[in-house]
Design a protein around this ligand. Structure first.
Ligand code: NDP
Length: 256
């Protein structure tokens, strides 16, 4: 009975930023569980290759190019995904960018870029999905937040990123309350340091890596699949009484 709760056969899922890293692992996890998956990114070649790789593993996957950093494009991308998939049961809002910069040197366009991608676009993806989910009478949204929504990272300064992720966590709780009685669950994950293109530079830097992993009780970085497993759980009926949660996946980083 319990294993069945994690199955997503017959369901449809859209994973933003599914072309690599955590998003690609999420698409694979949801697809392995039986969902038909759409994934998006700005880089078409990488996105098409990701969808082809999933198809090679027997997963029904399609690729939709989209820059999700504006209201219009974000809503259009979700509507198109729902149309092409024939419905939208699950949305994983994973697309995101990080920019390191001291606050006194932060260019306005960097602040705007980070907030637009990580927070504004994510809200409009939720909005477009919620319209469909309300009409369908069910749905599950998983937003990818970060430990940076709880703590201020060391040694890098990244005020826009941290603010955007704190926003994602609160947006998740706010929407969860608003749609709880409509059979729509909205949760988030808050990963710590995960090995992806986003963190490659820091993990390869001996000084940064010493700080990052030294502050992580498990003394290692996480893998995209370790986030994807939690996203699958939250997206599935195994989490049927969970909404408004922000699940931390950080090797213990935030226990201090
Ligand atoms: P990657 O850089 O490997 O992947 C980011 C994905 O988002 C890519 O598919 C990228 O494709 C897509 N993306 C970025 N900007 C846009 C945009 N404007 N429109 C559409 N797609 C976009 O990063 P990760 O896998 O590490 O990160 C995934 C999520 O996890 C992010 O939200 C990140 O903040 C979060 N996270 C990551 C952590 C880590 O340690 N790696 C820790 C905590 C949270 P393209 O560039 O082609 O558009």
């Amino acid at each position: 009975m319990y294993a069945e709760l994690f199955r997503l056969d017959g369901r449809t899922a859209f994973v933003t930023g599914g072309s690599r890293g955590i998003g690609l692992a999420c698409a694979e996890a949801l697809g392995e569980a039986g969902a038909t998956v759409a994934l998006s990114s700005r880089s078409r070649d990488e996105g098409e290759a990701a969808a082809a790789a999933l198809q090679g593993k027997g997963i029904r996957a399609i690729y939709l190019p989209a820059d999700l950093s504006t209201e219009k494009a974000a809503q259009e991308a979700v509507r198109r995904a729902a149309d092409e998939l024939g419905g939208l049961d699950i949305l994983v809002n994973n697309a995101g960018i990080a920019r390191h910069c001291d606050s006194l040197a932060l260019p306005p366009e960097t602040w705007d870029e980070v907030i637009a991608t990580n927070l504004t676009g994510l809200f409009w993806c939720c909005r477009a999905a919620l319209e469909r989910m309300v009409a369908a009478g069910r749905g599950s949204i998983v937003n990818v937040g970060s430990i940076s929504g709880f703590i201020s990272n060391l040694p890098q300064n990244q005020v826009a990123y941290n603010a955007s992720k704190a926003g994602v966590h609160m947006l998740t709780k706010s929407l969860a309350g608003e749609f709880a009685q409509q059979n729509i669950r909205i949760n988030a994950v808050a990963p710590g340091y995960i090995e992806t293109a986003m963190t490659r530079g820091g993990l390869d830097d001996p000084e940064w890596s010493k700080i990052w992993l030294g502050m992580t009780p498990m003394r290692r970085s996480g893998t995209p699949s370790e986030v994807a497993a939690a996203v699958l759980f939250l997206a599935s009926d195994a989490a049927s009484y969970i909404t408004g949660s922000v699940l931390t996946i950080d090797g213990g980083y935030t226990i201090h």
